[in-house]
Design a protein around this ligand. Structure first.
Ligand code: FUL
Length: 615
């Protein structure tokens, strides 16, 4: 009898403590988790790139490495202006091209003569990295550096000695300029370069040559709070999204595998079952190019284009790294700064009034029935509280009931990512005239329904008026932890200035002489001053990377207008301009000396810029 009593008592205690445990049971972390550095970085959301180097004075995107030091003598260099513009544009930090592929150092490195110290600017006493780091601190912005591993100036590039040089430079940047929030190692290596006068092609194996492990250890030691972006070789803390146009995949997992190669779709979408947290950073420029070119003043991205980029980056669980090039006078051009500021104002305008805050949130399941995980946490304005379901409940609904009919066109959701990224698929419906109407994403490219949330997911909806919004989690890796739901009404943006070179001079005719040979006949004899090439936009097949362009008036005698490389054209397939001396022509011959892939050279558009004969 006594033992029966003890058994009943123990069973009761066990049952009672199981319930108590369920009520206060913190959800177990799910899958790989972000580090404290990655979390801090993700919260920055938007930060700026600044591209400025000798290219600014040569019109190039990739300097060859032998550009003259005398070129660098800005009349009005003002890093405070850059920092103020970036701050007003909503950027929380700046990543600066301390050294681009040409090898020119924007700080007086002790390890090379190819730097600001041997330019006329400030009689060689200047240090752009220092001025910018100080300006960022003054404006309350974080500061970071881009250091190109590929160095077209350095004689030893490609040899082991260069790695010591590279690390010495990195050490200078990581020790002389205060806190650095990110280091950016560009994976580009176009092969040819000056290399101390060798003028040759040097390709390396990015996986083995740079010995990243040791470099990463050095960074972790010198800047323990810094995140690493590395496109060539070992996986860093962040990943590229596979394009420079400013969009990541709709499905975006912040996971990848630490080892093994990465495909384009892995960059775009991450890897659902990846073994490491490697979140996406979307990088693009406010202009077509990364460096300033006066010819692009009319092609600064429009406000609607920038908003589209925002939704396709920050709104898809990524950060946005937006480039502002510096003009030759040493300042960010007013067109760019005004556009940047308009962009930030529009984001505030759209997201300042969260209509969900007025709603009542109810759900189909609350973890352990506990207040701690109740639905209202999605609208309590706190980032560290969340709605959670019981373990194993990965299909659940959350209803927002509005006190009166409410009109909106944006939906926002956030997961509590310190415990992992969980939601795989979700759906949205609104009650209209007593019927549930499913909503889709206006910006969807794949049309697979709504997938992944992560740090933040914004869905652009058609404008709807309703009293109830139903958010259904259709599938998740584990009990979903939703820290925020928001709904907003975005104003219409009237399409403003065009943002890609769309000027065409009509009347010419394009045909192929061979797979890699194209002719452009002009309607009459003209004095040509430039030929412009827009590469194919849908795939890299047919993109011309190296060209020779000639002109003729009789189809017999050809005069070469230009020959060279369209730098970075595959990653950034924008209009390329080959300027030339005024040359009479009735036909242009365009030869593809190198192509990214494919058999036949392709084009999105061609433009021949000329002065009228009569002038
Ligand atoms: C690319 C580089 O080659 C471009 O010049 C630019 O710096 C961009 C951010 O990354 O890969």
């Amino acid at each position: 009898m006594k033992s029966l009593y003890v058994t009943i008592l123990l069973t009761f205690i066990a049952w009672h403590s199981a319930c108590a445990q369920a009520k206060n049971d913190t959800p177990q972390p799910c899958g790989p988790l972000p580090s404290a550095n990655q979390l801090r970085w993700q919260e920055m959301e938007m930060y700026a790139f600044i591209h400025y180097s000798l290219n600014t004075y040569t019109g190039q995107e990739w300097g060859y490495g032998n550009e003259k030091l005398e070129l660098f003598n800005p009349s009005d260099l003002d890093c405070r202006q850059w920092a103020r513009v970036c701050k007003q544009a909503g950027m929380r930090g700046i990543i600066f091209t301390a050294k681009h592929h040409c090898g020119f150092c924007m700080w007086p490195s002790a390890y090379t003569d190819y730097s600001v110290k041997n330019t006329p600017w400030k009689n060689g006493q200047g240090d752009v990295v220092r001025e910018l780091a100080d300006a960022c601190r003054k404006e309350g912005l974080k500061f970071a550096v881009y250091l190109s591993p590929w160095d077209r100036n350095h004689p030893q590039y490609g040899k082991p000695e260069y790695i010591t040089y590279f690390r010495n430079q990195l050490r200078e940047l990581l020790t002389l300029y205060g806190d650095i929030f990110e280091v950016w190692f560009d994976g580009a290596n176009g092969g040819d370069g000056w290399y101390g006068g060798a003028n040759e092609t040097r390709r390396i194996d990015a996986k083995t040559y740079y010995q990243w492990t040791e470099t990463f250890n050095m960074i972790r030691k010198l800047q323990p709070h810094c995140v690493i972006w590395n496109d060539g070789g070992d996986r860093g803390d962040l990943r590229w999204v596979g394009n420079e146009a400013g969009s990541v995949g709709e499905t975006n997992w912040s996971l990848l595998n630490r080892q093994g190669s990465v495909s384009g779709s892995m960059l775009r979408n991450g890897l659902e079952d990846g073994d490491s947290w490697v979140a996406a950073e979307t990088n693009t420029s406010i202009r077509p190019g990364w460096f300033y070119h006066e010819t692009e003043n009319e092609n600064v991205k429009s406000l609607s284009h920038l908003m589209d980029i925002y939704y396709k980056s920050v709104g898809r669980n990524s950060t946005l790294l937006l480039n502002f090039p510096v003009a030759p006078n040493g300042r960010i051009h007013p067109i760019d700064s005004l556009r940047g500021i308009a962009f930030s104002r529009m984001i505030s305008e759209v997201f300042s009034t969260d209509l969900a805050r007025k709603a009542k949130a109810t759900t189909s399941n609350v973890r352990g029935g506990s207040n701690r995980y109740a639905a209202r946490h999605v609208i309590d304005g706190k980032t560290d509280t969340y709605w959670a379901t019981d373990d194993g409940v990965t299909h659940a609904t959350l209803m927002l009931t509005f006190p009166k009919p409410t009109t909106f066109n944006r939906f926002l959701a956030e997961e509590y990512i310190p415990s992992g990224q969980r939601v795989k698929r979700f759906a949205l419906d609104v009650l209209v005239n007593g019927q549930w109407m499913p909503l889709t994403d206006n910006l969807s490219e794949v049309g697979d329904g709504l997938t992944t949330i992560g740090h933040r997911r914004i869905v652009c909806l058609p404008t709807v008026t309703t009293t109830q919004l139903r958010f259904t989690i259709l599938d998740a890796k584990a009990s979903p932890l939703i820290s925020r739901i928001g709904v907003f009404m975005a104003p219409d943006i009237t399409p403003d200035t065009p943002d890609s070179g769309e000027k065409r001079s009509a009347g010419y005719y394009i045909f192929f002489g061979a797979n890699r040979l194209m002719f452009i006949t002009l309607p009459r004899q003209q004095t040509v001053t430039a030929v412009r090439y827009l590469p194919p936009q849908k795939s890299s097949d047919g993109i011309v990377t190296h060209y020779r362009i000639s002109a003729s008036t009789d189809w017999t005698n050809w005069h070469v207008l230009g020959e060279g490389e369209f730098a970075n054209i595959v990653n950034n397939p924008i209009w390329q301009t080959v300027n030339c001396q005024q040359t009479k022509a009735s036909v242009i011959r365009f030869e593809a000396l190198g192509m990214a892939s494919g058999e036949r050279m392709g084009y999105g558009d061609i433009e021949v810029v000329s002065e009228c004969e009569s002038k």
